[in-house]
Design a protein around this ligand. Sequence first.
Ligand SMILES: Cc1cc2nc3c(=O)[nH]c(=O)nc-3n(C[C@H](O)[C@H](O)[C@H](O)COP(=O)(O)OP(=O)(O)OC[C@H]3O[C@@H](n4cnc5c(N)ncnc54)[C@H](O)[C@@H]3O)c2cc1C
Ligand SMILES: *[C@@H]1O[C@H](CO)[C@@H](O)[C@H](O)[C@H]1NC(C)=O
Ligand SMILES: *[C@@H]1O[C@H](CO)[C@@H](O)[C@H](O)[C@H]1NC(C)=O
Length: 265
Amino acid sequence: MKVSCSVVVFALVFHFFLVTGSRSPPPSDSVIIIGAGMSGIMAAKTLEEAGYKDYIILEADSRIGGRVHKGQVDGNTVEMGANWLFSGGPKSSPAHEIAKKIKLRTLYSDYGNLSSNIYKQGGGLYEKHVVESAFKVADARQEFGTNLSKILSSKKGGDDDISILGSQRLFKQVPKGPLDLAVDYFYNDFEEAEPTRISSLKNTFPRQLMEDFGEDSYFVADPRGFETVVHYIANQFLSHNNNKITDPRLQLKKVRDSIFISYSI
Ligand SMILES: Cc1cc2nc3c(=O)[nH]c(=O)nc-3n(C[C@H](O)[C@H](O)[C@H](O)COP(=O)(O)OP(=O)(O)OC[C@H]3O[C@@H](n4cnc5c(N)ncnc54)[C@H](O)[C@@H]3O)c2cc1C
Ligand SMILES: *[C@@H]1O[C@H](CO)[C@@H](O)[C@H](O)[C@H]1NC(C)=O
Ligand SMILES: *[C@@H]1O[C@H](CO)[C@@H](O)[C@H](O)[C@H]1NC(C)=O
């Protein structure tokens, strides 16, 4: 079913024909934000802070937060999406600042100590110095990849790209053997949720989140969930009652399949 709404913007009339799942009165909003994940909520907050209140947020799901989402396993909260907060970098992470304010329980992930905790295939731990030298090689590989990515991302690079594995081949340091592969898994596959032969170098290195906010990782282990951070932001500007958002500008279970825009003068 089609619903149309008109918005008057500088003598132009925009008609948005929106395909919706339910009948609703023609909205007169000038801005439509699709998705109430961290990006959508921040987009709305940015508009709000600029004094602009004429927007709606359409969310397909029955909750806000998107990929920041908790689940329950045996009565325990388990994060299904984002789990770590970062710090120690040149910028401070707004999410981490909020987490501290609301006293979200976090645990420092001491990846430096991985060198004392990698097991051999036949059992027993690798010696610390053996793992440390594997990390050194991996660090150089990542640095080479980052350098190459910067060249590819410059004007000179145009549309060229390469996989992370491709950059490791160019560096003539392709991880081989169980230890190198375990370290490489930790550096790349785990972070990207994809093997290095698939991950785009240009879109991966440098990892902006860690570049900006730092590499000190804090694991969120709080029954309230990481999503409390998104709720905290949303509650700053969307009307709510008992932690439930009641603001009519947030419309849940609204899937936007398509938006046709036409205008007449
Ligand atoms: C397993 C996993 C682990 C992660 N770990 C971390 C981590 O440790 N630290 C970290 O900082 N980040 C992590 N991330 C990344 C982080 O979760 C995301 O970058 C962030 O949540 C993305 O927010 P977003 O608003 O851009 O997108 P999303 O959260 O995906 O939000 C998009 C929203 O739009 C809605 N939507 C989509 N299409 C439509 C439509 N047509 N109509 C209406 N609604 C629509 C969706 O339902 C969703 O709610 C992880 C992600 C995953 C999946
Ligand atoms: C590092 O790991 C070893 C082996 O598991 C452990 O004995 C040690 O306490 C850890 N150190 C820190 C600082 O966590
Ligand atoms: C990466 O670039 C920096 C700065 O140009 C250089 O000093 C460094 O040696 C390069 N690293 C690798 C592994 O190529």
